[in-house]
Design a protein around this ligand. Structure first.
Ligand SMILES: [Zn+2]
Length: 238
């Protein structure tokens, strides 16, 4: 990934030879193909349960974990992942998520289940961003992805103007398990941001009814910044 790890050429020379622009600060960078070293170090590790998770409402979910605070830098990366065709950012962030949790119970799960997109939305985007994250995590944890166990049977419109209750109502029954599929004993659901958690918890509920016993959720980000900023109501859950 980084030229610096494979040879000892100074960064200043590499900058001139292979100039790439950091997606976050727009300066020339060589740390990776899309982000400079400073912006990488400014991503803030959260690695805790998101505040919006309500365990008393979802006893079938063992644990929920989010890897990063929703810093402006992470927001830029998520925006490129979801709306600028930058699927590689998902795999790269997925690897970071995998490394952060390699020694946790999460990494000992039976399989990874990325939150499915409706086929219409997947066709427009060209890929599922949660699946890209799962690919990176799978590489580190050595756990298989099961992308075709469950599908989204209802195409939900944007939920940005809805409150928590409205979102819960809006996502009720949107997922269905495919017939003749082997139901795993345990899984970790992978998603980008745990906004209100309405979509992810509905997926967990559907998997629980289908017979999955041990369900955990792992998301790239929590919708909060360390300073208390909240992106809950202006971010979408698709
Ligand atoms: Zn930068």
């Amino acid at each position: 990934m980084s030229f610096k790890t494979s040879c000892k050429v100074p960064e200043t020379i590499l900058n001139r030879l292979f100039p790439v622009q950091c997606l976050i600060c727009r300066r020339i960078a060589v740390f990776s193909t899309f982000m400079c070293r400073d912006c990488f170090h400014e991503l803030e590790i959260y690695l805790d349960t998101p505040f919006s998770f309500k365990p008393e409402e979802t006893p079938y979910i063992r644990e929920v974990l989010s890897a990063y605070w929703f810093t402006p830098g992470l927001q830029v990366l998520v925006h490129h992942l979801k709306y600028k065709q930058a699927d590689f950012i998902g795999r790269w962030l997925g690897e970071r998520m995998g490394i952060l949790t390699l020694n946790s119970e999460f990494a000992r799960t039976g399989c990874l289940i990325p939150v499915p997109l409706h086929r219409k939305r997947k066709r427009v985007r060209g890929y599922n961003q949660s699946e890209q994250l799962a690919l990176g995590i799978s590489k580190i944890w050595k756990v298989p992805i099961v992308p075709d166990l469950i599908y989204r049977q209802v195409h939900t419109t944007t939920q940005t103007q809805m409150n928590r209750e409205e979102r819960q109502k809006n996502v009720s029954g949107i997922f269905a398990v495919k017939r003749k599929k082997v139901i795993p004993n345990s899984c970790v659901i992978i998603d980008d941001i745990f906004t209100t958690g309405a979509t992810t918890c509905e997926l967990a509920r559907t998997l629980h009814i289908a017979g999955v016993d041990e369900i955990r959720i792992f998301t790239l980000g929590t919708p909060l910044t360390r300073e208390g900023g909240n992106f809950l109501l202006n971010s979408d859950e698709n």
